[in-house]
Every structure is written in C-alpha cells, then in structure tokens.
Design a protein around this ligand. Sequence first.
Ligand SMILES: *Cc1c(COP(=O)(O)O)cnc(C)c1O
Length: 464
Amino acid sequence: MSTNLFAKIPSVDSLLKRPGIQQLIDHYSRGFVLRQLDQFLAELRSKIKQGLMDSSELESATSMIEDHLTLVLQQRLAPSLLKVINATGVIVFTNAGRAPMAPDLAERVSEVATSYTNLEYDLKKGSRGHRDQHLEDRIKRLLDCEAATVCNNAAAAVFLILNTLSAGKKALVSRGELVEIGGSFRIPEIMVKSGAVLREVGTTNKTKAEDYEKSIEDDTALILRVHQSNYRIVGFTHRPSLEELVTIADKNAIPLVHDIGSGYLFRTQHPCLQDEPTVEASLAAGSHLICFSGDKLLGGPQAGVIIGKKDIVDRIRKNPLMRACRVDKMTYAALDWTLLQYEKGTFEKTLPVWQLLSTPAESIRNRALEIKKRISSRVLEVSIREGVSLTGGGSAPEEEIPTWLLAITSTRHSPNQLEDSLRSYEIPILSRIEEDQVLLDLRTVFPDQDEIVIEALTQFSTTA
Ligand SMILES: *Cc1c(COP(=O)(O)O)cnc(C)c1O
C-alpha cells in the first residue's frame, strides 16, 4: 500500500515542468526553489512512511504544491528583524532596539552605506587617515574635552578602558556600584575578563572618600565610578562626590574613570532627568575618562563613546582589542549626525528619543481620545486613564513621566489574547497588561502610527 504511494510522488523533473513552478524559478532562482521542493517531497515521503497520508491526501498535496511553495518561499524571505510599534511607554526600550532614529539620519546613513567613503582616508593629505577623525573634532567642540574615540557599545568601552589601563593591576570600585545593567552586563564579570584586578571599596550602602584613599596601593591603576543606572540605593547611604574622587585620583596620579551609562550630555529642563548625571558635569568635575552609550539618552546608534584626556584615549586607541570592537561607517555617520543635533542645539526637537520624552501628556491624551472615538466595537471596551511612561535604558529608574493610557478589555478575549494578537499584527504592537486590562501608551508610538493602532484594534470588531 505505502509502496504504491511512494510511486505516486511526482518526480522533481516533472514538477519543474509545471508552469507555476517555472514562474517561481523565474521570480527567485532555480537553486532556491529546488531546495524548497526537495524539502517538500522529503516531508511527503516521511508522512507516507509514518502512515500519516493516504492516496487522496497525497493527491491534493501535490496538486497544491505551487501554492504551498509560494507560501513557504515568502516565509523564508521574511526578515526576522521587524519594525514594531512600541506602545509600552518605555522610551529607551532595550528589547525593542533602544533609540529609534530620525528619517534624516537614515538618509545620511544610506548615503555613506551605498558609496565609497573617506572612512580612513585623509582627503587633505591624500593618505591614510583614522576613522575617529569623523567624530573627534565635533565631540571636542561640543564637550570641550581633549580626545574622543568610539567602539561597539558602552560595555565594550568599559572593557577596553579596563584592559588598557588596569590589566594585572587593581581597579577600585565601590561595593555599591558593582551593578548588573541587564543583558548580562555585570561590572565584576567585565572586570575579570578585562584582566583588571577588582578591589572593592566601602560597603553596599555607604562608601566614603577615605575608603578609596585607604585602598590605594602601588599597583592601583584607576578608580572606576559606575553610574548605578537602573537602580537606586535609598536610606542610610553615602558615596563621595565625583570631585572628591578626582582629588584622590590626582593626588595618586591615577585616572578617575566614569562609566556614566546613558549619554545624557547636557542638563535639560526635563523634570524626570534632574538626578541623571550629565557628561558635561562629569567633565567639569574633572573626570579623566568618561564612557557612555550611543543609543540611550544620547538618542543615536548603538555605540560606546570614550572621551577624556588625550594621553589616555591615545593608549586605548592603540590597544589591539580596539580593532575588534571598532564600528563601521554607518555608525560613524549616524553618531555624527546625532551629535550635530546637539551642536546645533536642536536635539530636543530632532532626535526621536527627545521628541518622545518631551511630548506633553495633554497631546497624548488627545490622540488617545481620538483613537477611542474611532474604535466602535461590540467586543472592545476602550477607556482612557492617567498613567506613567518610563525613560528606560537604565536612566532615571524611579522617575515617572505623566502620560495617558488607552485601557482595553474585550468581552470575547482574555487580556492575554488581546495582547497576543496585537503582538501578532502585521506591524507588531507591543503593549502591556495591568489589572486585566491591555494598556497602550502612545508616548512611544509615533503620531503617524496611530492609524495602524486603529486598524489593529478594528480587527477585533470584525473578526470577533
Ligand atoms: C547601559 C550601561 C552600560 C552598557 O551600555 P551598552 O551600550 O548597552 O553596552 C554600561 N554602563 C552603564 C552605567 C550603563 O548604564
């Protein structure tokens, strides 16, 4: 019986003659279509072998093979990395790719990506240049520092700094700053991998200036100050000011390295960022070296920026591992465009992260009301309520930004089902569930995406 079925499987040659298959080959390529065809036939053989297919099922499967292949090919070709709508209200949302970029930035990136560039070519001298030339002058002007270099991300920056300055030597860190930033970035682990010898100072809640002073030995290479980023120690606490640490570092002729995290360059009026340290203030306090992320509050591409004293930055540049952590021309273009917005003084208007942060709650409320009005559904209950958005990305963890939320329930779907089908929409929509309601925070939804949210919610009135 099953032997007969095997004989009924059409040959590859005969299938290749079918016009529908030929069309697919013309559209894609012979090799690509053949691979999927072979796989399809192997599946048929396996199903027959397991007794999962009878003669009529086999017939209908082979008659619909063109449709099946078209679908499979489309699935194979779909990218895994997708554009999504972030309705969680977390602005620098690491799992959603952190800082979104402005269309103008994308254009700038596209310009250098599709052409040869002077990435490492000094056009004045007509000889080899250095890729940092494209950023250093702007950063120096902007922040009034001596030197700057860029690597893959801030984790790499910390690693490179420690490896260059402190391999085999002690690096002092307060016990209150031995943090995990998330995504398995743990300061103590990075230190071990870099070859630096971790010398813990003080206690979790209290570290005094004297604790650092007492801990300095002949083989102490640096003091590392780490921004606690995603958590706060409150209550009976103390840590020395940056200025105090700089004084101790200077007295002992070692650098004070500040891992500042978010790349918040200058103080702004934002109430939620009043406690967030700025790069400008860290430089003013005398930090010898500062590193930060490109794609958190800075609002640019993934990158790790290292700035500070020229002799130290030069040493880091010469570290052979720098070559392993360097970034490509697209990152230079994106970072430079981002920094240009700061130099022009327009960053709060032109960088998406800052646009989202600055959107007044009132305008979010108006958009939410408009969406609510447009969703008329027998199954959905849509209401509007006050809520809070978060900066995310390890900045200002306690600060809440006032916002308005769309709160949605359904008479036919559980909150999990609602959340799931929004997430499975053509353009996936990320939301959250609280108290059995699906919540959408439009603070992190770009206004031109409101229509998509409306379409996605409308599906519940038609398919229910
Ligand atoms: C986020 C953060 C890092 C890691 O930055 P990435 O760019 O994600 O590698 C390091 N240190 C601090 C203090 C941070 O907040």
